[in-house]
Design a protein around this ligand. Structure first.
Ligand code: G5P
Ligand code: MG
Length: 226
């Protein structure tokens, strides 16, 4: 890769940020950082950050900006010299400004997915807590019901995917996302994708990144046109 490439993916809970980020990381060799995954790791290890974050996540609320910027900027510091993709950060204008003061993003992908689709997806989502592997009972079910494909350990449903937290998360997302999206639009780096199916959106993202990064992704020959 000729030049370091720095990108972020933004979208409502359940919009497919994690699913698409994993495909991007695999196809383009970017380091992939998920704020939700790091928070869940801290939570599982009962660190100070994890214990504090749980009180917000369980209520479907955002974790305070200073906690998130501290967490994510320290992860990025360890990645100097690498290209990376952020999933779930920045989520607020304050976070975007903190990131902006240290790094200039090359590209921001925004996912616009209808509300009903988001609700259906998240209520069907189960994860393997140890690894963060995500399953969806309709879209990518585990091979054995209720069990992780790799470890065979039980899958769980996150508290913040349960109905009460879900509605609050979606409402909250809309309020805080707009100024972040406006900022990246004004910088000319925002690319928006709309639809109900990740598999139909993915070829467009794949093409965009191929063009921006000037490399041919390994799975370029498998792209499809919706
Ligand atoms: P997270 O973990 O960052 P959210 O709320 O951003 O959580 P989430 O739930 O992780 O979003 P996603 O990554 O956008 O969603 O979507 P996904 O996991 O890929 O897909 C959702 C489900 O749909 C999966 O089961 C997937 O298999 C399925 N799916 C994908 N595509 C399709 C499709 O085409 N069809 C179908 N049928 N299914 C599909 O953050 C968690 C919490 O941490 C805190 C907040 O409290 C947040 O709520 N947090 C932060 N707080 C403040 N600032 C930040 N920067 C924070 N980051 C995290
Ligand atoms: Mg996610």
């Amino acid at each position: 890769m000729a030049k370091l490439f720095r990108a972020a993916i933004v979208g409502a809970p359940g919009s497919g940020k994690g699913t698409i980020s994993k495909r991007i990381a695999q196809s383009f060799g970017l380091q992939y950082l998920s704020s939700g995954h790091y928070l869940r790791q801290d939570l599982a290890a009962s660190t100070e950050t994890g214990v504090l974050a749980k009180t917000y996540i369980d209520r479907g609320m955002l974790v305070p900006d200073h906690v998130m910027t501290g967490l994510m900027l320290s992860k990025l510091e360890q990645l100097s010299g690498h290209s990376w993709l952020l999933d779930g950060f920045p989520r607020t204008l304050a976070q975007a400004q903190a990131l902006n003061s240290l790094y200039q993003l090359d590209l921001v992908i925004s996912l616009n997915i209808p509300y009903e689709t988001l609700k259906d997806r998240l209520s069907d989502r189960w994860i393997h807590p140890g690894s963060g592997r995500v399953y969806n009972l309709g879209f990518n079910p585990p091979r054995v019901q209720g069990k992780d494909d790799v470890t065979k350990e039980p899958l769980i449903q996150l508290d913040d995917d349960k109905p009460e937290a879900l509605t609050a998360r979606l409402r909250h997302y809309k309020e805080v996302a707009k100024p972040v999206i406006d900022l990246y639009k004004s910088q000319g780096i925002l690319h928006s994708f709309s639809g109900t199916d990740t598999d139909r959106i993915w070829p467009y993202i794949n093409s965009l990144l191929s063009a921006k990064m000037h490399v041919q992704p390994p799975d370029a020959c498998h792209t499809q046109t919706p």
